[in-house]
Design a protein around this ligand. Structure first.
Ligand SMILES: [Zn+2]
Length: 156
């Protein structure tokens, strides 16, 4: 989905849509993350009258615990204001300057701004480095697999 991001912001447009994780190759390369992320992109201007996109995402993700390899679920939820800049220098100055900046994220003005790419980037940023149960039973899963009882079951 492509938008002119400046026009979208200035005319306060809004998109409500979903991202299905199973269909995103970049995310599947990171891990077996499954689920549907709902997102809303809203246009507006900030207090300095700069065009701004507000991206809200919410979803419940299924993954495999990297400790016990059993399924787990976790939710992600985030809202980020993204300021649109008209040239690279302004963007860099806002994002990387030492001085106080009220810009948390920024993009360049584009006629064909890729909304799905933006949402994917945001989801990837929020994914845990290695998904794990909060209180993981850990090795007991492997112990269970190796237990004489299970071995016996397989023989029978
Ligand atoms: Zn676990």
């Amino acid at each position: 989905m492509y938008i002119n991001n400046v026009k979208f912001a200035k005319s306060a447009h809004r998109i409500d849509s979903e991202l299905v994780l199973e269909s995103v190759e970049r995310i599947q390369e990171i891990g077996e993350y499954k689920g549907t992320i709902k997102y809303t992109l809203e246009g507006g201007v900030d207090r300095l009258n700069r065009p701004t996109l507000i991206l809200s995402i919410y979803g419940i993700i299924s993954a495999l615990c990297q400790n016990c390899l059993q399924p787990l679920e976790f939710s992600i939820e985030n809202q980020t204001p993204i300021t649109i800049f008209f040239n690279e220098d302004q963007l860099d100055a806002a994002l990387f300057s030492e001085s106080e900046s009220d810009v948390s994220d920024g993009v360049l003005a584009e006629d064909e701004f890729d909304v799905v790419q933006l949402v994917e980037d945001e989801v990837i940023m929020l994914l845990p480095y290695a998904a794990k149960h909060d209180s993981c039973i850990g090795l007991s899963y492997h112990d269970e697999v190796e237990s004489p009882f299970n071995v016996l079951k397989q023989i029978i």
